[in-house]
Structure formats: structure tokens, C-alpha cells
Write a protein that binds this ligand. Structure first.
Ligand SMILES: [Fe+2]
Length: 341
């Protein structure tokens, strides 16, 4: 068969699968057997060629023909709570395993830890051994399937925690957020053939494969990644809470439906108080934000008081309410804008 015919055949085969190849399975950087004895070759092969491959295939299938084809992996993960379980699980599965292969290497190919990461670990955990014990504790107490992580938090600090299934700390479904720089897969598919039910033995041995040089690269990259600020802002739960009530009252008012605002003005005011008393992202412009939050709280109080006031001319009252909620909405966007500074 000529080369051209072969390429043509491959193209037909690809198009006949009926979905876009947005994501591809990364090659494992070493032979399957290179990870022995910590992880056996057969486990590596099934883990990479079957499990990880399935996450990639299912993710591509799920996003084909949707707007998700065009958005970044970070956005897929970050707003996981708005995605289907299929997208959440398979995007997570693809991201998490890609990270895992990046940080595993046989001893001869490992690079040393950077000074910066070593200092950060020592200042938080006193030593690498104690960090390892902390990660292993998170991994061994994770019930069922999941991952244990070393994460750079939105404040630029290190943290250790675990997530269930294929979730990860970038996702808004995770109670603790950040960019993972090291992850340990504690699904049984990662260790069962060799270790069976002995997760603790797998956890003790997997560290022989951790390439601290690769983890250090991820640490440096995470500190400078704009995603960290996005997570920080997204993690400001009080503003998310306020935004929800604002959206559900303001947008109907734009369509002259004042019923939601009138029945929920007390709730809107309560959320504004909570927002005012919450802690904004450390990177945000604090003086400006405090000022805007004070104005927002006052504006919501004024709205609530007007709602409660009996009115002879309901239409006039609605017009006044619309003016006031529009102003509150503007102040809210001022707050959001200040977070980007
Ligand atoms: Fe896995």
C-alpha cells in the first residue's frame, strides 16, 4: 500500500469513529517494566493503555459537537459542578493520569528536587519524609477510589489533601482548591495486581518512583500560573453565594418580573452582609473591595427597605427598584473587576 493510501485510510478510519480527537493519550515516557519493582509492568500497561485511554476516548465522545470542544482543560475542570458526570470523571481522569505519568520515573532517570520546593516543604512539613507521611495518610484514609495530592494553594502555599474518584483540586467540587503538583493514584487499578488489598504497601513503595525534579518544575509553573488566581476568585464562596441570588433577582427584573426580587430582597441583603464580612482573595485590591462591599451592603439594605414599604403606585415602585437593583448589580461587577487586579 502506498503511503498516500495508508494516510487516506487512516483519515477515513478516524472520521468514521464520529467524534473529534480533541484530547490524545500521552505516551508513557518509559517502558512498562521500567517502573518495576515498585509497580509491575502489567499494571502499568493496563493502567495506561486501558484505563487512561478510556478516559481520553470517553472525554472526546462526550464533548464532540458541544461548546466544550473549544474550551481549555482548565475550564472543563474548574467548572466541574456545571458539567455532566461523564465530563467531570473523564476530564479528571485524563488530567490526573497525565500528571501522574509526568512525575513518575525509574531511579536512573530521576532529577533532584529544586531548592525552592525543598525549602517550601521543609518550612511547612519540616522534612520530605514527614511530607511523604502526610500524603500517605491522606491516601490511606481516602475511602474507595481517589487521589492524594500535594497542591499549591491560591495563597501560594503547599497543602496536602485527597479527593474522591477522578476529582482534583482544580475543580469547584473540591472543598479545598489549588493546582496539584504531585498526585498519588489510589484507585485499585493502580496497584491491585501486585499489592491486592494492601494499599499501604503500594503507598510505601510508590515514592521510589517519584521524580522530584519533575515535581519541582510543576511547583515553579504553578506559582506563576494565572489559573491560581482564577481558582482563588472562584473559591471565594461568599461572592458565589451572593452572585446566585443577585442573578436570580436582577435578571427577572430586567424582564419586568419583580416577584423574585420582592420575595428575596431579605435574602439578598443577608448575602451582602455575609459577603462584606467574608475574606476576599489575598491578591485582590482590599481597600477598594472593602469600600465597594460596604456600598453593596447599603444598597441591598435600601432595596430591602423599599420592598417592605407599602406603595400606592406599584409601577413607580418597580421603576425605583429596577434603578436600585441595577446599581447594586453595577457595584457587584465593580467588586468582581477588583478581583482581577
Ligand atoms: Fe488510575
Amino acid at each position: 500500500m502506498s503511503k498516500n493510501l495508508l494516510i487516506q485510510g487512516l483519515l477515513i478510519l478516524l472520521s468514521s469513529t464520529g467524534f473529534a480527537q480533541v484530547y490524545t493519550l500521552p505516551n508513557l515516557p518509559f517502558e512498562f517494566a521500567a517502573y518495576e519493582p515498585a509497580v509491575d509492568a502489567q499494571t502499568m500497561q493496563i493502567h495506561h493503555d486501558k484505563h487512561h485511554a478510556a478516559y481520553v476516548t470517553n472525554l472526546n465522545k462526550a464533548i464532540t459537537g458541544t461548546a466544550m470542544e473549544k474550551i481549555s482543560m482548565n475550564d472543563l475542570l474548574m467548572y466541574a459542578s456545571f458539567r455532566s458526570a461523564t465530563v467531570r470523571n473523564n476530564a479528571g481522569g485524563h488530567y490526573n493520569h497525565s500528571l501522574f505519568w509526568d512525575i513518575l520515573a525509574p531511579k536512573a532517570s530521576q532529577r533532584p528536587i529544586s531548592k525552592e520546593l525543598q525549602l517550601a516543604i521543609e518550612s511547612k512539613y519540616t522534612s520530605i519524609d514527614s511530607l511523604i507521611a502526610t500524603v500517605n495518610k491522606a491516601a490511606s484514609t481516602r475511602f474507595g477510589s481517589g487521589w492524594a495530592w500535594l497542591v499549591v494553594t491560591p495563597e501560594g502555599k503547599l497543602a496536602v489533601y485527597s479527593t474522591a474518584n477522578q476529582d482534583n483540586p482544580i475543580m469547584d467540587v473540591s472543598s479545598e482548591r489549588g493546582i496539584p503538583i504531585l498526585g498519588i493514584d489510589v484507585w485499585e487499578h493502580a496497584y491491585y495486581l501486585k499489592y491486592q488489598n494492601k494499599r499501604a504497601d503500594y503507598l510505601n513503595n510508590i515514592w521510589a518512583l517519584i521524580n522530584w525534579g519533575a515535581v519541582s518544575d510543576k511547583y515553579a509553573a504553578a506559582l506563576n500560573d494565572p489559573l491560581l488566581k482564577e481558582i482563588e476568585k472562584d473559591n471565594w464562596l461568599a461572592i458565589k453565594d451572593f452572585h446566585k441570588v443577585m442573578a436570580q433577582t436582577f435578571h427577572p427584573a430586567e424582564e419586568k418580573n419583580f416577584a423574585p426580587l420582592k420575595s428575596r430582597s431579605g435574602e439578598l441583603y443577608a448575602k451582602a452582609i455575609l459577603l462584606k464580612n467574608s475574606t476576599p482573595p489575598v491578591s485582590a485590591n482590599n481597600a477598594g473591595i472593602q469600600d465597594a462591599l460596604t456600598r453593596l451592603e447599603k444598597q441591598c439594605l435600601d432595596i430591602h427597605q423599599l420592598v417592605q414599604k407599602p406603595a400606592k403606585d406599584e409601577e413607580k415602585k418597580n421603576a425605583q427598584l429596577f434603578e436600585m437593583i441595577t446599581k447594586a448589580h453595577d457595584i457587584f461587577h465593580e467588586v468582581e473587576g477588583l478581583c482581577h487586579d
